[in-house]
Design a protein. Structure first.
Lengths: 349, 326
């Protein structure tokens, strides 16, 4: 992990671009009947105040697992087996369960994907919105309800005074997602993790939800970690991107730079598979194969089986994430070959 | 709400009639009351008089028609044994059973929630195994055996509690201790299962993400969701308690409806038996309605929309959903 050590963490709080989250060398293992499987391996990135970091990847690449590990919400079968997760300079992995609970909700908010199953079906949304205030600020039920109404107003739910006592199943998908977001930002956390917040929603609602997230990020100067598989969302919303593959970071850097000049064959393959100006009838480009199963990750590069550029070196030695351009890192032995405008096919031949 | 009640009453009327017809016929299979109430050397004339006096000389169908005619006028017949109104006897015995059953169920539910939740926190952990053993044992031991062993150990050998009767708090210990076992054992299993699945639900993660403590997660979030399935089973178990009450009340001389029922069968006191069965069936009917209402209270998704929320919804539909103010 070639994370350049700088002094961002010591800057005055509240200043934009201050590093809020610094993840380094994060390993997550899953217990299975046939032994431990490494689901996330040596992942690292930083998220800055007022900015959005996108964790981009296919399903099963470990991006959600990484998010849960940061938030301390891993399933009982999974556990963090290495690395550090520093929130404002404090390593969350070294905290006791009680200290972590103080951070959860107050300094670190998380927005889950499926708002229908995530909201507790037996409590009115107002009770669930007010819960963080009751836990962390010791507010009375009445005062918490008032805060809940204010939150609902803030995220654009019409008639919050009458809707505050309604139950989750009485709201539409988009409204439920707004409620989840309101819950996550209730106590103005420094870090907001949004785990595929729009995947379950209609396209028009998706745009509204992304607008809301952007507005809240600016108002609160929060660092946002946005987990998504949607390249368009990343291009539109994120400042930085970490492209994940098979539990590792393949490439990361500022979104514009990474998308303009990808230096990892996986990133380049992803970008080439977006049909831009494709002529009717022409073949759509795609990445052949599928990601390796976590229990048989090959020795050497994790991407070797699908990489058009794979050579002998890739089968023997796993490339480490290294600086390939100012601010941009990639985990590829042949990153330099990609620094052209040619497509992967052209580079290969 | 009223529609619901009306529907329930209509749909329960037929089963009640069937129950009465069945009991009416079965009771008469136990034999002729005359052979119990008249001296052994009674003459045929005395027997005929007895039958005529009590309407037992009529054909069975005529007796039944007569009985239902009476029931419609709230006349449930008189006891052969005491000449008292059968309904009055059943109603007098009922509170004793109700007290016994209610105390037993409350105790069973409280204990089962504690033990079941404790077991669910770590599936297949030590606590889970211990509770699984205890609950299996509790649900499987026959109550008559438990009652007799209980009397032998606690009443006779140790002398801590009386062998029977209702005098004082100590008299409650053995009947309740016996009756509570089966519902407790069964409920532990249900609560454990419901809690294991509730604790795996995504809303538990949401609660934890807000910094909720373990006890808050378990009691507020998981238990409240696990309560609905547990309630359904608790209702069935309460119905089953009637069976247990017959045995336990007889053994411990508890003057409840179970004992009255057994006595009426032994004495061929048909009217009292029928009144007891009818009253028990009615109690079960009321219990089921109460459970339905509690269910709606616990799970808002099965609650019919109240007028107020319907109005709110209509208003909601009229207002176009605006996006967040920028």
């Amino acid at each position: 992990m070639t994370m350049t050590a700088t002094n961002e963490g010591t800057r005055r709080p509240g200043e934009p671009n201050r590093v809020v989250l610094r993840v380094a060398g994060l390993d997550v293992d899953i217990r299975t009947p046939s032994g431990e499987i490494r689901a996330v391996s040596g992942t690292g990135f930083v998220a800055r105040a007022g900015q959005t970091l996108a964790l981009l990847g296919e399903s099963g690449c470990g991006k959600s697992m990484t998010a849960k590990a940061i938030a301390g919400l891993l399933d009982p079968v999974a556990h963090v087996s290495g690395g550090t997760v520093e929130l404002d300079g404090k390593d969350l992995n070294r905290m006791s369960a009680k200290e972590r609970r103080k951070v959860a909700g107050a300094e670190l908010g998380i927005v889950f994907q499926d708002a229908l199953t995530v909201l507790n079906p037996v409590y009115p949304v107002g009770v669930q919105l007010g819960e963080a205030f009751r836990i962390h600020r010791g507010l009375s039920a009445k005062a918490a309800r008032k805060e809940a109404i204010a939150l609902m107003k803030r995220v654009g739910i019409p008639e919050p005074e009458s809707r505050v006592d309604a139950f989750p199943h009485q709201f539409s998908g988009g409204m439920r997602q707004r409620i989840l977001i309101a819950m996550a930002v209730a106590l103005s956390p420094k870090l907001l993790i949004a785990d595929e917040p729009t995947t379950a929603l209609d396209v028009t609602v998706q745009a509204q939800i992304m607008d809301l997230l952007r507005r809240l990020r600016q108002e609160e100067n929060m660092a946002v970690v946005l987990i998504t598989h949607d390249l368009a969302v990343v291009a539109e919303e994120a400042d930085d991107v970490s492209v994940m593959y098979a539990g590792t970071v393949a490439e990361q850097g500022p979104v514009e730079q990474v998308f303009a000049t990808p230096r990892h064959p996986y990133t380049k393959g992803l970008l080439e598979s977006v049909p831009v100006d494709a002529e009717r009838g022409s073949n759509l480009s795609s990445i052949p194969g599928s990601p390796p199963e976590l229990k048989n990750i090959p020795a050497g590069c994790v991407y070797q089986d699908r990489c058009p550029l794979a050579r002998e070196l890739c089968r023997q030695e796993r490339p480490v994430l290294r600086e390939v351009a100012p601010g941009q890192q990639a985990a590829c032995h042949f990153s330099e070959l990609l620094a052209t405008d040619e497509t992967l096919e052209e580079i290969k031949s | 709400m009223l529609t619901y009640l009306r529907k329930r009453i209509v749909s329960s009327a037929l089963p009640l009639v069937v129950v009465i017809v069945g009991v009416f016929a079965l009771a008469r299979l136990t034999g002729n009351p005359a052979s119990l109430y008249l001296p052994l050397n009674a003459t045929d004339q005395m027997r005929a008089d007895f039958a005529a006096r009590n309407g037992l000389d009529q054909p069975l169908l005529a007796q039944m028609a007569d009985y239902f005619g009476g029931v419609l006028q709230l006349d449930f017949g008189t006891s052969l044994r005491t000449g008292e109104s059968a309904a009055a006897m059943a109603l007098r015995a009922f509170p004793a059973t109700l007290q016994l059953a209610a105390t037993t169920m409350v105790l069973a539910i409280v204990l089962a929630v504690i033990v079941g939740s404790w077991a669910a926190l770590k599936p297949n952990g030590v606590a889970d195994r211990i509770s699984s053993f205890i609950s299996m044992a509790a649900a499987s031991i026959p109550d008559f055996w438990l009652a007799i062993v209980g009397i032998w150990v606690f009443a006779i050998t140790l002398g801590w509690v009386p062998t029977s009767g209702v005098a004082g708090a100590a008299a409650w210990v053995l009947p309740i201790g016996t009756l509570v076992m089966r519902p407790f054992g069964a409920l532990v299993q249900v609560v454990r299962g419901a809690m294991v699945s509730a604790l795996a639900e995504p809303y538990i993660k949401l609660a934890r993400s807000k910094g909720a403590s373990q006890s808050r997660v378990v009691t507020r979030h998981a238990l409240r969701n696990a309560a609905a399935p547990a309630l359904t089973v608790a209702g069935d178990l309460t119905v089953g308690l009637v069976n247990g009450a017959v045995v336990v009340e007889t053994i411990f001389g508890w003057p409840g409806i179970g004992k009255l029922m057994i006595d009426s069968i032994l004495q061929r006191d048909f009217a009292v038996l029928q009144a007891c069965v009818l009253l028990t069936a009615l109690a079960i009917f009321v219990l089921n309605i109460v459970i339905d209402l509690l269910y709606a209270l616990l799970d808002p998704r099965v609650r019919p929309a109240s007028a107020a929320s319907r109005r709110a919804k209509a208003r909601q539909a009229a207002v176009p959903v605006q996006s967040a103010p920028a």
